[in-house]
Design a protein around this ligand. Sequence first.
Ligand SMILES: C[C@](O)(CO)[C@H](O)COP(=O)(O)OP(=O)(O)OC[C@H]1O[C@@H](n2ccc(N)nc2=O)[C@H](O)[C@@H]1O
Ligand SMILES: Nc1ncnc2c1ncn2[C@@H]1O[C@H](COP(=O)(O)OP(=O)(O)OP(=O)(O)O)[C@@H](O)[C@H]1O
Length: 279
Amino acid sequence: MTVEAFAPAKINLTLHVTGQRADGYHLLDSLVVFADIGDRLTLERAEDLSLSVSGPRAGGVPVDGRNLVLKAAALFGPGPGAAIRLDKRLPAAAGIGGGSSDAAAALRGLAALWGRDLPGPEAVLSLGADVPVCLAPGPVRMRGVGEEILPAPALPDFGLMLVNPGVEVPTPAVFKGLVRKDNAPMPDLPNWTSAAVLAEWLAGQRNDLEPPARAEAPVIGEVLAAIAASPGCLLARMSGSGATCFGIYPGRAAAEHAAILLRESRPGWWVEAGAPYTL
Ligand SMILES: C[C@](O)(CO)[C@H](O)COP(=O)(O)OP(=O)(O)OC[C@H]1O[C@@H](n2ccc(N)nc2=O)[C@H](O)[C@@H]1O
Ligand SMILES: Nc1ncnc2c1ncn2[C@@H]1O[C@H](COP(=O)(O)OP(=O)(O)OP(=O)(O)O)[C@@H](O)[C@H]1O
């Protein structure tokens, strides 16, 4: 038996930091979507548990117990084995939840392969604040430290371009650089009737991690300017703790056109185009 599991990129369309818990973790209010751009896992029954990592973004990704895929497998406790192959396409430490989405895809895939229930919510959250939202990828409002997943209104069709300049930005350093932690949450979410209406609404919202991320990696400013200047772009913003930024376009074709042009002018950057993904 072989099970395939897709690990889509997570995008924080907004990311408001609204407080801090006693343990140091920050309270968030974030509109999260996923893109049809991501890593691929293939899982097969085997005597032992093993992981191999290949693909264009495999370099530097741990293949031992530090890999979130193996941490996810460990949550099931002792049991049957599995040979897991991870085709790594998303850049790491990039604000698009690559490792978290891999962990969530591994949980889904192993539950299917082994006929087991998913681990409980606390165990899932222990893998990382972004793992709960990655378990059932789709547009949601995420609150708490990442464990509170609320439904979001249906989204209009739109295109997405993701751009990473090749600089890894560690999440803890970005949270540490926040000047204010008690920022306003998002208002009630409206019904967005088109990509342009969504982009206009998002323009009035924030990613509170952008200033500290830009202090860590000033190239983020260049990335945002390049996306904003691309043809058809309705909005350019940073996702998560950076450095990946995204552009919103009226549709996939416009995003693909922008990506072709940006790859030519910035051959060293990771540039992908796509559309929202729901499992
Ligand atoms: C910034 C986001 O990507 C937004 O979706 C996530 O909140 C980060 O999720 P993640 O990378 O899965 O986070 P974790 O691996 O749990 O935490 C990494 C580090 O980020 C900080 N962290 C993370 C999440 C959160 N709500 N508050 C925090 O302060 C903590 O310093 C933590 O040590
Ligand atoms: N499957 C994995 N893929 C990528 N990195 C992994 C994986 N498992 C563990 N890691 C480690 O996790 C670190 C953070 O990478 P990851 O892509 O998970 O985070 P991120 O971009 O910070 O996500 P976020 O959007 O949550 O901020 C990497 O530097 C790497 O050492």
